[in-house]
Design a protein around this ligand. Structure first.
Ligand code: AMP
Ligand code: FE
Ligand code: FE
Ligand code: ZN
Length: 285
């Protein structure tokens, strides 16, 4: 089976509706999709309907924005209960903090570029988790840059003068909340150094001790030479190893299914989820 466990829709910074995404995945020969919009489960219902129409397997998930000692960490949560108040309140607060932070970035940008909050809101989906990709889209619409990629490599870089970091929760708390909500936690693109600093090995050990379930090893942002060490670490601690595209529609060059997860590892993920009270079911293709 072709299993891609990390994709985004316009409910965060992807560019498609869940139905468009599932339809494209089906055409591309993908058998199972993991829907992981940033800090929201708002796309789940539409994705569920589309998965049933197209006969695709669906793992409902979410990518949670965390910070560890000032370093951005993304945690994938799979099959958790979306109504579990602990986790739901945390991501609701993160979505709110993202709005405040976008206002601050826009304030800084407006000194040099023709951009305002309305421009950002007009390029983002209703109910979407707002982020820098939407600011990038507004800059493209204003003719300041050609693409999101160009915006991120210049104006929106986390090293740049307009950057404002996102205050959010620490990964160790998040790992606990995911588990309490009946979900399975996977550390997304753990070695993505091109996005900014990555956590030290000691942090990885702490996350594992806190109950982290898996590592997203096969992802384009993890340098290939570091993947074998990650696989060894996962094996040592009986962790789930995933591979995914992190597809964002036309928002990024990543292609659906460019990295995949094995049948065996998907089974392991589903087993872990089933062993925890709470949580939602896998939707069979
Ligand atoms: P934020 O969460 O608001 O800090 O924005 C980070 C998001 O921007 C991540 O989820 C990435 O998907 C996206 N992103 C990072 N770098 C790029 C890039 N070069 N091109 C397009 N999107 C990017
Ligand atoms: Fe994203
Ligand atoms: Fe991410
Ligand atoms: Zn992602």
């Amino acid at each position: 089976m072709v299993i891609d466990l990390h994709v985004h829709t316009a409910f965060s910074d992807g560019t498609q509706t869940p139905s468009e995404l599932i339809s494209e995945a089906s055409m591309e020969g993908i058998d199972v999709v993991g829907l992981t919009d940033h800090d929201t489960t708002a796309g789940w219902t539409l994705a569920e309907d589309a998965a049933r129409v197209y006969g695709l397997g669906l793992v409902r998930g979410m990518e949670i924005s965390c910070r560890y000692e000032g370093i951005s960490v993304h945690l994938l949560s799979y099959l958790h209960d979306p109504y579990d108040t602990g986790l739901a309140e945390v991501v609701q607060e993160t979505r709110r903090a993202r709005l405040d932070r976008t206002h601050l970035i826009i304030e800084r940008l407006a000194e040099d570029y023709p951009i305002d909050m309305d421009a950002v809101l007009s390029v983002s989906g209703e109910d979407a988790t707002i982020g820098r990709p939407h600011i990038a889209d507004a800059l493209v619409a204003a003719g300041v840059v050609e693409s999101r990629t160009e915006a991120f490599s210049s104006i929106l870089s986390s090293q740049g003068k307009y950057h404002v970091s996102l205050p959010t929760i620490d990964p160790i708390t998040a790992i606990g909340l995911i588990r309490e909500a009946g979900g399975v936690s996977v550390f997304a693109h753990p070695r993505a150094a091109m996005r900014g600093r990555v956590v030290p090995d000691s942090a990885m050990t702490e996350f594992i001790a806190a109950g982290l379930d898996g590592l997203e090893v096969d992802h384009r942002d993890n340098p290939p030479q570091e993947r074998e060490a990650m696989r060894r670490l996962a094996h040592e601690h009986d962790l789930i190893v995933t591979g995914s595209s992190d597809y964002h529609g036309t928002g990024k060059p990543n292609r659906l299914g460019e990295h995949v997860t094995s049948d065996h590892m998907l089974a392991k993920l589903l087993e872990r989820a089933a062993s925890r009270p709470g949580g939602v079911d896998y939707i069979q293709g």
